[in-house]
Design a protein around this ligand. Structure first.
Ligand code: HEM
Length: 194
């Protein structure tokens, strides 16, 4: 895989040198943390009584509308994540600040998605009454597990160069399904309103 020679200076891990294989703990710890985060969220969503709390924001007609727009903003930042990652890896032409763009769009996507997920978990809980809702709840929990694993892998050195793009791609794919099964469904059902 071609990696932008600036990747290291942009704070991104570079491919491992040929010598030495990473210790299995480098994979095991992120995988265990991912499983623990996803299971803890799922268990919390399942066992507590959904509070059903609704909130209103000036200019929006319902809690669902606020959440759907926030989730859509997070999805837009996630798209910037994919494009900027391709630039960092030299697959697309990009400016010298692609690394910074990747980091900041990632932070923004995470910040925007957290309040939405907190409301889902606290007020709606882990639900399975429809296939769509089942996948949304399941992958919503899985998303935060996979995201935690990616953050831990970023700090790890000597990893195979393919690992981070695979995990990053997985996080993006999962978020896409979470968005399709919630915000897109909401807009198709109730119309694209604020
Ligand atoms: C990245 C994380 C997540 C995002 C961006 C997200 C986004 C949304 C949005 C936009 C809606 C539609 C608005 C609404 O009905 O309130 C929704 C609904 C819902 N969410 Fe989430 N959610 C996330 C994670 C979760 C998690 C972790 C759970 C539970 C474990 C969950 C459970 C639900 C449920 C049960 C609904 C109602 C589904 C329906 O009847 O249509 N969500 N979510």
């Amino acid at each position: 895989m071609t990696v932008d020679p600036n990747a290291a200076t942009q704070g991104f891990p570079t491919p491992s040198p040929a010598h030495g294989r990473p210790h299995p703990a480098r994979y095991l710890v992120p995988a265990l943390v991912a499983a623990a985060v996803a299971l803890a969220l799922g268990a919390y969503g399942k066992v507590h009584d959904p509070a059903g709390t609704a909130f209103n924001l000036a200019g929006f007609s319902s809690t669902g509308a606020v959440k759907s727009w926030l989730a859509t903003a997070a999805f837009a930042f996630a798209l910037v994540q994919v494009v900027s990652a391709l630039m960092v890896y030299g697959r697309l032409p990009g400016p010298g600040w692609s690394g910074a763009l990747h980091r900041w769009s990632g932070r923004a996507a995470f910040l925007v998605s957290v309040p939405v997920a907190v409301h889902c978990l606290y007020a709606l809980g882990y639900q399975t009454y429809e296939t769509r809702v089942l996948w949304h709840s399941l992958l919503g929990c899985f998303f935060f597990g996979a995201f935690s694993a990616k953050m831990l892998l970023l700090r790890s050195e000597r990893l195979p160069s393919w690992l981070l793009p695979i995990v990053g791609g997985l996080v993006f794919a999962v978020f896409t399904i979470v968005w399709l099964t919630s915000a897109l469904w909401f807009f198709r059902t109730f119309g694209v309103t604020t």
